[in-house]
Structures are given as C-alpha cells and as structure tokens.
Design a protein around this ligand. Structure first.
Ligand code: NAD
Length: 483
C-alpha cells in the first residue's frame, strides 16, 4: 500500500517555543525526491529571526543550566519515549523529504531517539576531579560546566539523527541550541519540536531556523558573543569555512565532516559476513552517508567470488518510491547528487573499471540511481578520491597486507574503515594501523549512541555520542583551592 496523503506539517520557524513566519516573509519549497512534487513551503529565517532565537536562547539558559541534572535527564528520557511513540510519523516524514526507503527511515528514527535516552543517562554523570597539588599545598578541583549557546548546523542525509545527536548532549550539558537544518530536509526537525515541548523542554531552549541562505545566517549567529559552540555535520569544505568563522570568536568547534571509507576483505574472511557487512556499509541510506563504503579492497584470491555475491545482493534490491511496500532503495536527495553519482561512474568506466550492475539513470520523475557495482576500479578514479554518496560499490583488489593498509590510509579523510577477517588477531592488528576515528571489525555498522563517533584528519574534530559527546558542550573549569 502506498501512503500518499501528506501529514500535518510544521512549516514556520520555531523560536522561543512558538511558531512564526520569517520576519521578512520569505519561504522556500521542499521537494519530494521520489516524484519532484512540492511537499511544503517553509519559512526562510533571516537575520532578525536569528536575533530573536539568540535572545530566546540566552533567556532560557540560566534556569536550564541551574536545574539539577536529574531533572534535565528526565525531560530527555521523555523525549526518547515520545519519539518512539511517534516513530511511524517521523519515519514517514523522513522518507517524504529525503527519499530513503521506509526501513532506512525507521532505522534512522530509532537511532535518532536513542541519543535522547543515552544523554538522559549521561546528564547525571558529568564527573570532575579533586586532588592534592603535587607541591603547592593547594587542592586541584576540576569541574565541567555548560559552555553557552550552541549553534548547530546539520545535513540532509539524516534529517532527524544528525540533529538529535547534537541537541541531546547540548541539553544534557545545560546549553540552549539554535539549529539550522539542511534546506532539502527541514520538515523532520520542525516536526520534532512539539514532541520536545510535550517532553517538558522549556521555551527558548531549542530554536529551529530553516533557510536556503545558510552562509549569512550561520555567520551572523556565530558572531554573537553569547554563542560559545559551533557543532557542524556536513562537507569538509563547509566545515573549513565554519572553522575560519569560529576563529573570530574562538568558538568551541565540533566538526563531523566527510569520509572516504575503505573496506578491506581478507582471504580468510567469512564471505557471508563480509558481503552482508559490505552491503550494510554501502547501501544503508542509499550510500548517502559519511560512513558509506567508498573503496572496497578485496583479496585477489576471493575477489571474483565476493564480487559475484555482492552483485547478486545489490541486484536483489528493489528501487522505487520509499513509501511503497517492498521498496529497498529510494531516490537520491536531489538532481545534483544523482548527477554527481552518474558522473563518478562514467569517469570510473572511462578509466577502465568494469560495470557489473546498474550504471544508468532511469527515465521518469524522481532522482533515482540504481544499485551499481564496479569491479577493477583504478585507484585514480574520481570515485576513489571523493565521496560517492550514492549506491555504487567500487571494488579494487589486493594481495599484500602492507600494501592494502597503505592504500586504505592514502586519503585526506579518516572517518571510518571496515575490516573483514576470520583471524581476530590479524584483523585487530590491521584496525590499529588504519588512521580512522572508527573501525568496524567484521561489522558494516559502527554508529552507536554509546560510542564516540568522529573522524581523524580532514574528517573532523571532536566526537559525538559516548561519554565525549556531552563534553563538546561543556567548558572545563579548574579551581585551585586551599583549606
Ligand atoms: P553541506 O556541507 O553542503 O551542508 C551541510 C549543512 O551546512 C547544511 O545545513 C547546509 O545548508 C549548511 N551550509 C552549507 N553552506 C554553508 C555555509 N557557507 N555556512 C553555514 N552553513 C552552510 O553537506 P551536505 O551536502 O548537506 O551533506 C553531505 C556531507 O555531509 C557529506 O560530505 C558527508 O560526508 C557529510 N556528513 C558527515 C557526517 C559525519 O558525521 N561525519 C554525517 C553526515 C554527513
């Protein structure tokens, strides 16, 4: 059954716990990538709206920061429960504006909700330290306190989770937030606001400012002296720009940027595990993920067997409108993303890669690109240097461990890598030689709210989730005391 009726949508700005149109009255359209129809016209925040959000956040901070952590925790826990209670509606909205198929959208919804549960648990564990100074006779006291207003900027590939991964730790730490969701997918974040209200989040603490003119709006917010944190998830290029802007006010930066994930499949790997794991790492979210497998290195002795099995698994996926039953793979988010994927495939073929599956843009409406497998991909193909961000599995072969480790590390990125080996010792040794913030060993999925998510090198700064996630929104204060 296809559910086509449009649900009730929030389309105004959310400032100080109230819905309002943009001061200048501007709006922009949000499209359904499956059929290119307009889902909604959303208010486009301008500078005056940013000022209103900053004032609201500043007014909300003292009370929130002073509340006992347990009180903050209980509100976050209710937010988790409410997201679960409304998971079908949230998942449906994610599919509508992002395109991803229903199972992916539900996976994202549950993952997004989990950050509220995890940080409800972390809110009461902001530990510090008290210790005698080695020589001075003083006591060294160290505590963490809320950093201040946090500016949050999120991408379109996970409209709910990339937001909750920042909102939950910020609130747990005692900080108000102003969030600017991606212009392609603002509706999901707006739809979460009534749930946060119902959970008990006070007005002014979370403000949502969609816009298409992100640069000037975010720049204005980051120059307000009341803002102390910029937490960004998106491309490395925009991350660099925001780091430069952050320098003006010496903001605390948390940057979750691009990736170019290698998958290394050794000849002793269990092939079922390796194919299932690679499918998960490649096709979760249609490949539109910073964690998506971008370069698949398979040992020469098993390359043909692995490629055949992976191709069969990719061929079994059904492409279509993500809301329809039986659809595994929806459209990409917009025409530009689809066209970029098509260009990368053409480039790889022109350089000598072999097409094993897919590879052609289908006719008709919607930004569809089919599951595609490329074998014998030359290392200099653009799709091995840049993020593919689409459902294209690009396979290379190797025969020597040192060589494959060097090739896997040969990128400016360092977000996540995946290793498949039946020999745990060998697998672990290779994991430790990979310059990546996260490594999946015999697993194609590493994201876990309880673990520190983040990258090395140009994949970012800081960590989200785990114990570290809340510290991104806190300042460390040391008091030298004598008594
Ligand atoms: P993007 O960098 O174009 O946009 C991300 C966000 O930044 C959006 O909200 C956008 O509107 C905003 N933005 C764009 N230009 C801006 C500017 N000049 N000033 C302020 N804000 C600006 O990225 P995208 O295309 O939306 O997302 C895809 C990228 O995100 C990929 O590179 C992917 O790897 C990365 N990503 C990283 C992670 C991670 O955790 N490391 C997670 C998801 C996505």
């Amino acid at each position: 059954m296809t559910q086509t009726a449009t649900p009730h949508l929030e389309t105004d700005l959310y400032i100080d716990g109230a819905w309002r149109p943009a001061t200048g009255g501007a709006r922009f359209d949000v499209l359904n990538p499956a059929d290119e129809t307009v889902i909604a016209s959303v208010a486009a925040a301008d500078i005056d709206d940013a000022d209103a959000a900053l004032d609201a956040a500043a007014a909300a901070m003292p009370d929130w920061a002073a509340r006992p952590p347990r009180e903050r925790a209980e509100i976050l826990r209710r937010a988790f429960e409410l997201m679960h209670a409304h998971k079908e509606d949230i998942a449906r909205l994610i599919t509508l504006e992002n395109g991803k198929a229903r199972a992916d959208a539900m996976g994202e919804t549950l993952y997004a909700a989990e950050f509220f549960r995890w940080f409800a648990e972390e809110a009461v564990r902001a530990d510090g330290m008290l210790t005698p100074a080695p020589a001075s006779g003083a006591r060294i006291m160290v505590q963490h306190r809320p950093a201040g207003i946090a500016a949050l900027v999120t991408p379109w590939n996970y409209p709910a989770a990339m937001g909750t991964r920042k909102i939950a730790p910020a609130l747990a730490a005692g900080c108000p937030v102003i969030i600017k969701p991606a212009a392609e997918t603002p509706l999901t974040m707006l739809a979460l606001m009534p749930l946060l209200e119902e959970a008990g989040v006070p007005r002014g603490l979370v403000n949502v400012l969609p816009t298409r003119a992100s640069g000037p709006l975010v720049d204005h917010i980051m120059h307000d002296p009341r803002v102390r944190v910029i937490s960004f998830t998106g491309s490395t290029g925009v991350g660099r720009t925001l780091l430069r802007t952050a320098a003006d006010q010496v903001l605390k930066p948390a940057m979750e940027l691009g990736g170019n994930a290698p998958v290394v499949v050794f000849d002793d790997a269990d092939l079922d595990t390796a194919v299932t794991g690679t499918m998960l790492a490649k096709m979760r979210n249609l490949g539109e993920a910073c964690t998506a497998a971008n370069r698949i290195y398979v040992h020469r002795d098993i390359a043909e067997d692995f490629t055949r099995r992976l191709t069969d698994a990719m061929a079994a996926l059904t492409l279509g409108n993500g809301l329809e039953d039986g659809v595994d793979v929806g459209p990409l988010v917009n025409a530009a993303t689809r066209d970029k994927v098509a260009e990368l495939v053409e480039d790889a073929l022109a350089r000598g890669a072999t097409l094993r599956l897919g590879g052609a843009v289908p006719d008709g409406k919607g930004f569809f690109y089919p599951p595609t497998v490329l074998a014998e991909v030359p290392p200099d193909a653009l799709c091995q240097r840049e993020e593919i961000f689409g459902p294209v599995a690009a396979i290379q072969t190797f025969s020597d461990t040192d060589d494959v480790v060097a090739r896997a590390n040969d990128t400016e990125y360092g977000l996540v890598a995946y290793v498949f080996s039946g020999d745990f010792r060998r697998g672990l040794q290779v994991c430790e030689r990979l310059d990546y913030g996260m490594v999946g060993l015999n697993r194609g999925l590493v994201s876990d709210p309880a673990a520190p998510f983040g990258g090395m090198k140009q994949s970012g700064l800081g960590r989200e989730g785990g114990h570290e996630g809340m510290l991104e929104f806190m300042e460390t204060q040391y008091i030298s005391a004598e008594w």
